[in-house]
Design a binder for this molecule. Structure first.
Ligand code: SF4
Length: 138
């Protein structure tokens, strides 16, 4: 794959892929087994980091405001609930064990993130809170 002149290089993408893989294993998560697909998402995360200064979800439109987007900095606040309910996060970067084993087929994953107006309501948390390890606090 030729490097995009202004985007992240293949080395950076490969490095992030390895990091995502290691972190997923350590946290008890599964990356999507399609390596090229995952590398495409890793590239999207790096592009967003260059563009906004943080790794906003590559499948969502970021606002360029880290505070507004804190719920969609990868891994987003919605990952655990989506993996549990639909077998994958919104981007399908992370998949459930059943999807990994081929026991469950992936369909489209609906957007769980509340609309901006709802997220901006005073006192309204932007999605479920995650622990430092990235697990959803129940
Ligand atoms: S949907 Fe998946 S790829 Fe997107 S931020 Fe959430 S965990 Fe990351």
């Amino acid at each position: 794959m030729a490097d995009d002149l202004y985007g992240p290089g293949q080395q950076e993408i490969d490095k992030l892929y390895l990091r995502l893989e290691r972190d997923a294993k350590q946290g008890g998560y599964n990356l999507n087994p399609d390596v090229e697909f995952v590398k495409g998402l890793a590239k999207g995360l790096l592009v967003n980091e260059m563009r906004y200064g943080y790794r906003a979800c590559p499948c969502r439109l970021a606002s360029d405001d880290k505070i507004q987007d804190k719920d969609i900095i990868c891994p987003c606040n919605y990952r655990d609930a989506d993996v549990a309910e639909f077998g994958a996060c919104y981007c399908a970067l992370y998949v459930s064990g059943a999807v990994l084993k081929g026991d469950k087929e992936l369909g489209s994953i609906p957007e769980r993130r509340p609309p901006a107006e709802e997220r901006q309501k005073p006192g309204k948390a932007s999605g479920p809170e995650l622990s430092a390890a990235g697990f959803m606090k129940l």
